[in-house]
Design a protein around this ligand. Sequence first.
Ligand code: APR
Length: 237
Amino acid sequence: MKEIRNIVILTGAGVSAESGIDTFRSAGGLWEQHRVEDVATPEAFERDPELVLRFYDMRRARIQEVEPNAAHQALARLDAEWKGGLLIVTQNVDDLHERAGAGRLLHMHGEHLNAWCLSCDGRHRWYGTLIDRPACPACGIAGRMRPDIVWFGEMPYRMHEIYAALNRADLFVSIGTSGAVYPAAGFVREAREQGVRTLELNLEPSQGSHWFDESRHGPATEIVPAWVDQMLRQQQY
Ligand code: APR
């Protein structure tokens, strides 16, 4: 097997599920509790900003009540000890990867703990609420801040960096994602076309399982630390 030096890891809601954060599409998941059209599109924000701001205020408060789990910690350890290239591309908008210590990390769908001012385009670390229409810390204008979340129909962040990393990769690993949402769900095929080895780590087969060279199924807190141990044991330089 070709030596593995550069790794790209895609994570989804499944990596945070065991920390107590709902996933989107599992039974009783977020998209069963709320209609995407009501809370996760620019049109929804236009139509009913209160409903949208209340939804994200609740989510922003929730992530501050939970802790990173063994899967986040294992990926942070890989980040610290892997001498080759590594990029963790997360679809998650929580800060559990960072709190576990991961540094080579990219949030492609935004972050709950950022507020985005539509007047000055500034982004600000935000732990409180937005429903009370606070003033922007930079431009001072009140009521123009929205959650810094990539909604359906909006372009994910830093796509050039992601594709550049996939082009350099020897291994692409997808963890805790259903493969239901593009462009993230297309990364495995992009990687395959580049001759990159592909591995899925998920509770159950995802919608894109058939594209992967290998799939391992089980809870992230079990299969991710085992995979990281294996990678660090095999590290050749
Ligand atoms: N360990 C491993 N995998 C898990 C676990 C677990 N404990 N619990 C659930 N999973 C898996 C599920 O089997 C499922 O395949 O995680 C996946 C979660 O899928 P989704 O809920 O669809 O979440 P995700 O793939 O991250 O959604 C992608 O869709 O709603 C949008 O922007 C949002 O980033 C999100 C994107």
